[in-house]
Ligand binder design. Structure first.
Ligand SMILES: Cc1ncc(COP(=O)(O)O)c(C=O)c1O
Length: 478
């Protein structure tokens, strides 16, 4: 442990220095990962978060405040999604935790009600978030993914139906999907769930909060909330477009009977009895207080106004992108997420070029009918930047057109590797061949992105897994 203590001021400076190479999201030129309601709301959220930093959500009898905050936040979320009086839910640390819990609940519900099933599966469109793969992996529930409509990128209920078998316990739909920002036909999935006696989870992590505002502004898309018969659980993140601090999501169930399967209790040890509704046990009440503060400070009219700003910016961007020769939007986004491909240049070069001009945009690899593309999550603060963004994008597309084509020889070599024999050596050989030295973050990512894009999912996963295993290493402080 440090033998020389740091003063408060030194700590502040050192921490600020850590951020030096981070994406500078504060100026509104970052189009992923950060959801920014503006400085005043952010300040209020921070204050509320700090105010509850040390309170422990583990034990509602010791900290009834944490439970009260959670119950109030959940009540607001239920109302927002037009729930009846039976709907219950919990606050979780994020979309992934909400989804893990929905899958665990479905699995344990099936264990109780359909004991004949020894190897349960869930059926989801290929656009369902990776968190379902993770949940399946953690919880031993097989995931069967089925292709989406190649033009709209929405789930196809007929294909989902074909994938159902006697071991299916859960159907999944998104509102909206991350990759293309579209709402799946949830009413049709609800009918299917009712017909086959299955649970249906709606992943509203990305869109659950904002879509009702888009609806009020006149947008139309399939219904996805508690008014749809057959829906049995909904996840909705507050740390995305409700603008709460990270660590804020809710998982809602049609009734307490179903939610019972989520709760974990253990009195079979020497210490305090454990009763956890969610994955975490000890947990700061800070995120709950931060979310409560966001909902109350921004409020209904504030959210509607922010939605209007983002809706208008999305329209401006969509029109602008479609008018750049070679660029086209994938599907027809229902909310404020845009995915666009480019037929005349590598999107990975475009991402690098944009970065050099101070824009952070996210590359999405090709998958099924979805070509490699660029993802934009529109923020209220992005709005004043739309014209500048489009002007730079047009220049970057032109520039990218003259940059080198992917290294086919390298891709062919990588494609010959058997994922079963993949090792740290293979990793270093490949990244060296892609022109990267060591595991530091390369300034330009096109080479590595092109390589990833050429590989099947299993090899992509191997490469990324090895990369993470290399970069997370104990680093002594300076
Ligand atoms: C549709 C959808 N579901 C789930 C998640 C996972 O959320 P988190 O990153 O909070 O775990 C995301 C994240 O972007 C998402 O877009």
């Amino acid at each position: 442990m440090p033998t020389r203590k740091l003063s408060r001021d030194e700590i502040r400076k050192r921490l600020a220095a850590f951020k030096q190479n981070d994406t500078p999201w504060q100026d509104g030129r970052t189009w992923a990962y950060v959801y920014d309601p503006g400085d005043e709301a952010l300040d209020v959220i921070k204050e509320a978060y700090s105010f509850f930093l040390s309170e422990n959500g583990l034990d509602p009898t010791a900290f009834p405040s944490a439970m009260r905050l959670e119950n109030e936040v959940v009540a607001l979320c239920c109302q927002h999604l037009r729930a009846g009086p039976e709907v219950v839910g919990n606050f979780t640390s994020g979309g992934t935790e909400s989804i893990l819990l929905a899958v665990k609940t479905a699995r344990d519900h099936a264990r109780a009600k359909r004991p004949g099933i020894t190897r349960p599966n869930m059926v989801a469109p290929t656009t369902a978030h990776a968190a379902f793969h993770k949940a399946g992996h953690y919880l031993s529930v097989d995931l069967r993914t089925v292709p989406v409509d190649p033009k709209s990128f929405r789930a196809d209920p007929n294909l989902l139906r074909e994938a159902i078998d006697d071991n299916t316990i859960l159907l999944v739909g998104s509102a909206v999907s991350y990759a293309h920002g579209v709402v799946d036909p949830i009413p049709a999935l609800g009918e299917l769930a009712l017909e086959r006696g299955l649970l249906l989870h709606v992943d509203g992590c990305m869109g659950g909060f904002l879509l009702p505002y888009f609806r009020r502004l006149g947008s139309s898309f399939p219904e996805f909330d508690w008014t749809v018969p057959g829906v049995s659980s909904i996840s909705m993140d507050l740390h995305k477009y409700a603008f709460a601090a990270k660590g804020a999501s809710v998982i809602l169930y049609r009734d307490a009977e179903l939610r019972r399967h989520q709760i974990y209790t253990c009195a079979d040890w020497a210490g305090y009895s454990v009763v956890n509704p969610t994955v975490q046990s000890s947990k700061s009440a800070g995120p709950i207080a931060g979310a409560w503060a966001a909902l109350h400070f921004i409020g209904d009219t504030g959210y509607l106004e922010l939605a209007r700003v983002m809706r208008d910016a999305t329209r401006t961007l969509s029109r602008g992108i479609e008018s750049i020769p070679g660029c086209r939007i994938l599907g027809r986004p229902d909310m404020n997420l845009i995915a666009f491909a480019c037929d005349t240049a590598s999107v990975f070069h475009i991402v690098d070029e944009m970065k050099e001009r101070g824009w952070f945009v996210q590359a999405q690899l090709a998958y099924g009918p979805s070509p490699a593309n660029i993802h934009l999550s529109v923020n209220p603060k992005s709005s004043p930047w739309c014209e500048d963004f489009l002007a730079d994008l047009a220049v970057c597309v032109e520039q990218a057109e003259s940059l080198p084509a992917p290294d086919q020889a390298l891709h062919e070599r990588a494609l010959r590797i058997d994922p079963a024999t993949f090792s740290a050596e293979t990793f270093f050989e490949l990244i060296a061949a892609a022109g990267l030295a060591g595991t530091g973050l390369p300034g330009r990512m096109a080479g590595i992105n092109e390589l990833m894009d050429a590989l099947p999912a299993t090899m992509r996963e191997k490469l990324l897994g090895e990369y993470l295993n290399q970069i997370y290493r104990p680093t002594p402080p300076e």
